[in-house]
Design a protein around this ligand. Structure first.
Ligand code: ZN
Ligand code: ZN
Length: 364
């Protein structure tokens, strides 16, 4: 892994401040881990970041004193009692005038939002749809290199798990082994429960690993990822145990063609909707319209599901620096299913596929 440049928090805060201007608010408030990490470098829990046009303050409790002081960049650190929202009435920054304070609705529970609105009598709290998400969706070089390392670890895991997939082995054990291999290769953990779904269970798009034993003739779908320096990868491959039937080959080829076409179409200017449609048309034409029930993909970064959406409802336009998954699937109840998922970065001239694992049907 090459030495990576430190994130430019100053630039991130500057971009956020521009959004504050555009939204006509005085401050923005954050308490969720991905955003705290993204905006000021804090990797602990229980943090509250207040960003104003000219200053930023970060609050946490005494368990995180040392960590906050060494990690937080661009904001003044204050250590306060643990219930951070209860501190809001005491924060001097919010007492002057009648400040407008924005927060992202999705990041605060209803109960928390209620507390916000009644916490500082002179302040007006405004719940916004999104504020930092559009900034987080465009990755810089360092972020892309970090994701690439998470992708490399997942590719490594896939290569090494293949020898463990054989008749008689439980899905659960395949998933556990895969997670162990990736952890030894440098993964900080798993971004979501590893999916290992075999035989008829491969028809469940999100079938978590179970105690079912793999049998000869099964499709086995593995959907998993690694985490490197906070950034995730997310990949899926379906393999077959023993000689594939002609139906298995046919279904696999449809998904493979749909996946390859959508990857080829990935470029700046195309919307999430249009990209989804490229794969969906191929699957529909092959007669599996009802068997592809989920969106084509999603953004990845510090979170495993973030912007931009790549699905029939996504009007977001792809831009250089976005990192998305392309993951069509066909799921036939009581028979089995196939999904192939790559991580793809949108570049100025088109795209670059980060996931390197084989996409031809692997026969074990
Ligand atoms: Zn996945
Ligand atoms: Zn995914």
């Amino acid at each position: 892994m090459p030495r990576l440049k430190k994130p430019d928090y100053r630039q991130r805060l500057a971009a956020l401040r521009k959004s504050l201007n555009d939204e006509d608010v005085d401050f923005a408030l954050f308490n969720d881990q991905p955003r705290l990490r993204y905006l000021c470098g804090y990797t602990g829990s229980n943090g509250l970041l207040i960003v104003g046009h000219s200053r930023a303050e970060f609050y946490t409790d005494s368990r995180y004193t040392t960590q906050a002081k060494s990690e937080v960049k661009g904001a003044k650190v204050a250590i306060v009692p643990g219930d951070l929202l209860a501190q809001l009435p005491k924060i001097a920054l919010l007492q002057k005038g009648r400040p407008k304070v924005a927060y992202e609705r999705a990041q605060f529970s209803e109960a928390q939002a209620k507390r916000l609105h009644s916490s500082v009598p002179n302040a007006l709290f405004v719940g916004l749809e999104e504020l930092v998400a559009p900034l987080m969706a465009i990755k810089d070089k360092t972020e892309i290199a970090t994701i690439e390392e998470a992708v490399r670890i997942a590719d490594f895991g896939f290569e090494h798990i293949l020898e463990h997939i054989r008749p008689g082995v439980r899905e659960h054990d395949v998933a556990a082994e895969l997670e162990y291999i990736m952890k030894r290769e440098g993964s900080e953990g798993i971004p979501f429960d590893t999916i290992c779904a075999s035989g008829p269970r491969s028809a469940l798009p999100h079938g978590r690993a179970a105690m079912r034993k793999i049998r000869k003739g099964d499709f086995v779908t593995l959907d998993f990822g690694a985490i490197y320096d906070g950034y995730v990868s997310d990949m899926t491959r379906t393999v077959v145990v023993g000689k594939p039937t002609s139906k298995q080959k046919r279904v696999y080829e449809v998904v493979r063609r749909a996946q390859a076409a959508a990857v080829r179409a990935s470029r700046p200017g195309i919307t999430g909707q249009k990209l989804d449609d490229v794969a969906r048309k191929i699957i529909n034409k092959a007669g599996f319209r009802k068997q592809f029930g989920h969106g084509l993909g999603h953004g990845i970064g510090l979170e495993v599901h973030e912007g931009p959406g790549v699905n029939p409802r996504s009007t977001v336009t792809m831009r250089p620096g976005m990192v998305i998954t392309i993951e069509p699937g066909v799921y036939i109840p009581n028979w089995g299913g196939v999904r192939i998922e790559d991580d793809v970065v949108i570049t100025r001239s088109g795209h670059r596929v980060l996931t390197q694992s084989e996409k031809k049907l692997i026969v074990l």
